[in-house]
Design a protein around this ligand. Structure first.
Ligand SMILES: [Zn+2]
Length: 420
């Protein structure tokens, strides 16, 4: 094993140990408060529901621990067993080192790793979520979802891979910049067309029906100068009883989507406050900011791949032959290894990214409060959502700081009640 291989192994194990440590910390924090509703939440949630939220949190954490261990073992196995250079050799040998074969190698490896994770996805949906009454997915829907996902990857992902590999041969040393531009353009187009073309493959979207709710929500959108074409209801209940709302597309194509489960759970005033929060994300330019981060990520990622593709020690550490040059076959191992290893590095960035994301949530909450000139409806909505989704009310502070994209219920209530 080379020194670099040992460093990678240590990093993978360090991540796993951190994940397990945070999870155990959180579990014992929750368990210590399991017997009685903490005083700050009395009046927010009843004893029985609180108990269930504790059980749900613990069950999800324990399952998450198993998945994390499995993922780390698979990653170590894949990286250090020599299976990748072997498969790469088979692909180059049988199909030449043509672009189509090289893209095929990356595609097949990706699909194989996805298939290995399927039993866990199945268990999460049909055992874990089902046990707490959230699952509404039928076996047929679940299987169809996987098939559709695979076909989309084949029709969109594979041609994109081929194009990126072609760029290596067409543009030489600057290939990574061209590849980044193409991938970003592809992402932007996807963002534009997904609401119209891809999302309807999985869900039904219907305009919010005529009536007081629709009038109220459109009046709000007009009042705060958010010209929206449509507010749509998505049949989220097809898969789960969890409720949500989100914001999709940009420019003229933006639209607001409410889950049918959300519409069923909240009053009109509460839904108005949720909409105000969602529009707050737009008004505060959060969508644009997140998009620029993702664009920067793509550029940095390709620059890193191009640099790694020139490092002999990087290839050798995982059993690949190293050759200089701008043939796709010379760069493909770097693309694969980078993709496999990226999570090991970005994991450590997640607390910073989540801190940023939580700041956005506070801003959107503050926007909703300023718009509606009251905070009661939003607090009521957040409490209800947290109760219906059996959210963990008492995460360990370190755990939520690391993983939570949204502040906890208590943090949000405090911020909403604080003087502006
Ligand atoms: Zn939000």
């Amino acid at each position: 094993m080379s020194l670099f291989a040992i460093v990678v192994l240590v990093l993978i194990l360090a991540r796993l140990l951190t994940e397990l440590w945070l999870s155990l910390l959180n579990q014992s924090h929750v368990r210590a408060r399991a017997n009685k509703v903490p005083p700050v939440f009395s009046g927010t949630i009843d004893e029985k529901t609180y108990r269930r939220s504790v059980d749900y949190t613990l069950a999800k954490s324990r399952f998450g621990d198993i998945v994390n261990v499995f993922d780390a073992l698979i990653l170590i196995g894949v990286l250090f067993s020599g299976v990748l250079p072997w498969a790469f050799g088979k692909f180059s040998g049988s199909f030449d080192s043509s672009i189509l074969a090289m893209a095929g190698f990356l595609f097949v490896t990706g699909i194989t790793l996805t298939i290995l994770g399927l039993p866990f996805a199945w268990h999460a949906q049909f055992k874990l979520e089902d046990r707490f009454g959230f699952n509404t997915t039928t076996t047929k829907t679940w299987i169809l979802d996987r098939i559709k996902g695979f076909l989309l990857a084949l029709l969109l992902g594979y041609p994109l891979l081929v194009l990126v590999l072609k760029l290596i041969e067409w543009t030489g040393a600057n290939w990574w910049l061209w590849a980044a531009v193409i991938v970003i353009a592809f992402q932007l187009i996807l963002l534009l067309v997904a609401p119209a073309i891809i999302m309807p493959l999985f869900n039904k979207f219907t305009p919010l029906p005529e009536g007081p709710l629709r009038e109220r929500l459109f009046a709000l959108a007009r009042r705060i100068d958010f010209p929206t074409r449509s507010i749509e209801v998505m049949d989220g209940s097809k898969r789960s009883r969890h409720s949500n709302a989100f914001f999709t597309g940009f420019g003229r194509f933006r639209r607001i989507v409410l889950f049918d489960t959300l519409v069923a759970q909240l009053t009109n005033a509460e839904l108005e406050s949720v909409l105000a929060h969602e529009i707050g994300h737009y008004k505060k330019r959060h969508v644009l900011k997140l998009l620029s981060i993702s664009i920067a990520g793509v550029v940095i990622g390709f620059a890193a791949i191009a640099w790694l593709a020139r490092q002999q020690w990087f290839y050798r550490a995982f059993g690949f032959e190293h050759q200089m040059g701008f043939a796709a076959a010379h760069v493909v191992p770097a693309i694969l290894l980078f993709t496999l290893l990226a999570g090991t590095i970005t994991f450590w960035a997640s607390p910073f990214i989540h801190t940023w994301s939580r700041r956005f949530e506070y801003e959107a909450d503050a926007f909703a409060r300023a718009t509606l000139r009251e905070e009661k409806s939003l607090i009521q909505a957040l409490r209800k959502l947290s109760e219906r989704n059996l959210s963990n009310l008492t995460p360990h502070p370190l755990y939520s700081a690391f993983y939570y994209s949204h502040p906890t219920l208590l943090e949000r209530e405090r911020a909403l009640r604080a003087p502006a």
